[in-house]
Each structure stands twice: as C-alpha cells, then as structure tokens.
Design a protein around this ligand. Structure first.
Ligand code: ZN
Length: 431
C-alpha cells in the first residue's frame, strides 16, 4: 500500500495573498473583497511578502531546499469559485523542494511546498449556487508528500507530526486541515479529493483501503479515478475518471514575475521533533511519549529543558503527564513543586494542585499499613465487580492503584504492594 498526501494549510497572515483585504473570519459574505480577489478583468495581484516569509519558515521546518528565486503560474480551469478562470499557484519554482517529515522510524519524503491562493467558497442552497469571496485569495501552502506512507499507523503519525511542526510555526490546523489523498493498493492510483478535517482524512483512507482490498481479493481491477469523501456515510464516491496535470493549462504568471526570497528573514523556531529525538536519546526515554507531551504545548518543552539536568528524567516525564492532566504546564514554579511531590512518591489530585498554586506547603504524609489497607478495601467494596474483573485481567490492578492513590493521596507503590494480597484474601473469603 502506498499513500501520498497533498495538504493545504492556511497561512496566518493578516491580509490576503495578492491584495490587502483582511483574512479574518467575516460575519457577512462578500465583505473582505476587492477587484483583485474577485478576479475582475484588469485587476493585478501584488504579492504579500509576509505570506512568502511564513511559507519559507515552514519549508525550512520541513527540511526543504529553499528556492531563492520563486515564480508563480496560472493553473487554468473554469469553475464558479474562480471567476478569472485560473488559480495562481506554484510549480517548478515553488518555495520549498524536497524535504521530509521525520517519523520515529522513517522519513516521509516531500516533493514540494508551494504557495497558492484559496478559491472562493461555493454555497449551494435551494437550487441556487451562491459564491462567497471572503475566502478567495487567502494564502495557502500545499505540502505534497511522496507516496511513502505504507500503513494507517504511519498516516496518523505523519499527520500528527506535521501538525506539531506547524503548531511550533504558529499555525494551528486542528480542524481546518484540507487534504487530497492518493491511495494505491495495487498499481493504479486513486485520488480522494478535498477531504476536510483529520477525522475525515483517516476515515477516507480506511474506507479506500478496504474498498480497494475487496476489489483485489475478487481479482477485480482498480480504476484510476478521482473520488470524493462523503461525511455522512463515511465512504468515498467516484467523481471523475482519470485526471492528470496535463489536463490543466499551466502558464507563467507575468503579473508577479520573479521574487527573491533570499532576504526574507525567517523566525528561528524550535523543531519539536528534533527536540523529542534529542531528549529521548540523551535520557534513554521514549520519543513518542516526549513528542506527545510537547506537541501543541511549547511550555511543556520549556519545562523539560529547564529541569532535565536537575531532576530524574523519569520523574520529570511522570510529573509532566500529571501536570498536563490538570492543565498546569504554564507555571514552572508550580511544576517544580509537583515534581518534588512526585519524586517523594506523593499522589497528586486537584486539591494538591490548588494548594500548591496558593503557595501552601504540602505535607508529605506517611500512611500506616492499616490505613492503606482500609483505603484499598473501601474501594474494592464500592466497585463490586472489580475483583471478578481482576481475576480475568490482571491489568485491572492499574485502575485500582490509580483510583486509590488519587483519592487518598497514598503513594502508588505502597498501594501496589498491598492490593494483590488483599484481593487474594477477599477471593478466599468468597470461596
Ligand atoms: Zn481583495
């Protein structure tokens, strides 16, 4: 199986790509518009330097070679959302070439990163087609991968990693991700166009994999085609047979000419994947755990850097997991107090966090064996079927330990020591 992605990401600029209209969400249709983004004859585009600068930064973060002299092309086709009959995009002289998204065990190579304009939005209602030009001309980058993704797991990891990298570049694509998906299980390539949202992207891939698998199992032939994703049924439907770049007319965009990117200063930004790789290597820890903790949370990465040399790394990671559960990664001092408690084996609950935030001292309380037993027995009696579940699945012990230590603030390791003994005793009594 081979999967390639073309992911469209809106760039966080204040104005559109070729005019000075605002990119902000408007409450009314067709308010952030001008002759340029509505494609009036005679209007001319002016390139938004900030959009190119952000695109260059993203391309660097994605390990691309940066093109020093970029140009644009007109991708000619007619559609109601594009009244000038062409979309301004990039081809051979695009901002970033090559590059890769580094996963834990492999690299997903990139073909290119290109800058392009978003078309207008089409709204179909009651037999009419309405067009809203607020979106027309919003700057996008398109990240095009090689078909290097070979499993659903890699697809998830690729999207997660890309999202993390973009987040560290100041771009949050949580729900707005728009992508085309190329999937081939056999030799023929099927494209699923315009899938919106991460959940839908995964569903579209899952459906397409099982559909193509079924055809191959029946010795059928997979047709080269473009399909669309239907959110309601979670399936894909054939929309066009075969479509390739040759069917579009591509011509050089003379109004924009060439643009030098050399002097554009990019903001040096932390590379989250690199940070996770280095931290994992130097502390013999898990890359995946670290990346998940620091993804979409720059404070968490700051905390790891601040305390990695001062404290035991395992405790640091454990505390960060707890701090994230209570949404407490902003304040490094509060975090350090939590960390000291964790190192002392103190379980942390919301009350503990609140006390630390108020500056109160947390007593490191020691529980006697009888107190620990009483706490465990109370929990076992409250959850009637838990002993039965435990006899079938020993992992239930984690749930018991977690619940008891959170509720009473007893060290998990002290609870573990007693749980098995107490369950055994209980089982004997029941027999
Ligand atoms: Zn405009």
């Amino acid at each position: 199986m081979k999967i390639g992605l073309e992911i469209h990401v809106a760039l966080p600029t204040k104005t559109k790509l070729f005019c000075s209209d605002s990119t902000e969400e408007a409450h009314e249709p067709n308010v952030n518009v001008c002759p340029t983004c509505m494609g009036f004859p005679g209007s001319r585009p002016t390139l938004n330097k900030e959009a190119v600068r952000v695109a260059k930064s993203v391309s660097i973060a994605l390990n691309c070679d940066i093109t020093n002299r970029i140009s644009f092309i007109r991708k000619v086709y007619f559609y109601p959302d594009l009244p000038k009959s062409f979309q301004i995009t990039q081809l051979s002289e695009c901002i970033g070439k090559g590059g890769f998204i580094e996963l834990e065990k492999k690299k997903i190579h990139l073909r290119r990163v290109q800058i392009e304009e978003d078309p207008a939005r089409i709204i179909r209602s009651e037999g009419h087609t309405l067009i809203d030009f607020n979106r027309s001309g919003i700057p996008l980058i398109e990240v095009v991968t090689e078909p290097d993704i070979t499993t659903e797991e890699e697809l998830r990891e690729t999207i997660f990693t890309l999202r993390t990298i973009l987040y560290y570049q100041g771009i949050d694509i949580n729900q707005e991700i728009k992508a085309d998906l190329n999937i081939s299980l056999g030799t023929e390539r099927v494209e699923v166009k315009n899938v919106t949202g991460i959940k839908n992207l995964i569903s579209a891939a899952e459906y397409e994999i099982s559909r193509q698998n079924a055809i191959l199992l029946n010795n059928g032939k997979i047709e080269v085609e473009t399909r669309s994703f239907d959110e309601k049924s979670n399936t894909t439907k054939s929309s066009r047979k075969k479509e390739s770049d040759e069917e579009y007319g591509f011509i050089f965009e003379p109004d924009l000419g060439f643009y030098s990117t050399e002097d554009l200063e990019t903001t040096p930004v932390e590379m989250p994947t690199r940070a996770a790789f280095e931290l994992a290597r130097s502390h013999n820890s898990s890359y995946k755990t670290i990346l998940e903790l620091i993804a979409f949370d720059k404070d968490a990465l700051g905390i790891l850097y601040k305390y990695e040399k001062k404290y035991d790394f395992k405790s640091l990671i454990a505390t960060l997991e707890i701090a994230k559960r209570f949404n407490e990664t902003k304040d490094a001092n509060v975090f350090e107090e939590l960390l000291k408690l964790v190192i002392n084996g103190i379980a942390i609950n919301q009350e503990t966090v609140n006390k630390i935030k108020k500056g109160e001292r947390i007593e490191i309380r020691k529980f006697s064996k009888d107190e620990i037993d009483a706490a465990i027995l109370e929990m076992l009696k409250a959850e009637k079927d838990i002993v039965k579940r435990y006899s079938k699945n020993k992992n239930v012990i984690n749930f018991i330990v977690g619940t008891v230590s959170r509720k009473y603030g007893i060290q998990p390791r002290d609870v573990i020591k007693r749980v098995e003994i107490l369950i055994d005793t209980l089982q004997k009594v029941e027999v």
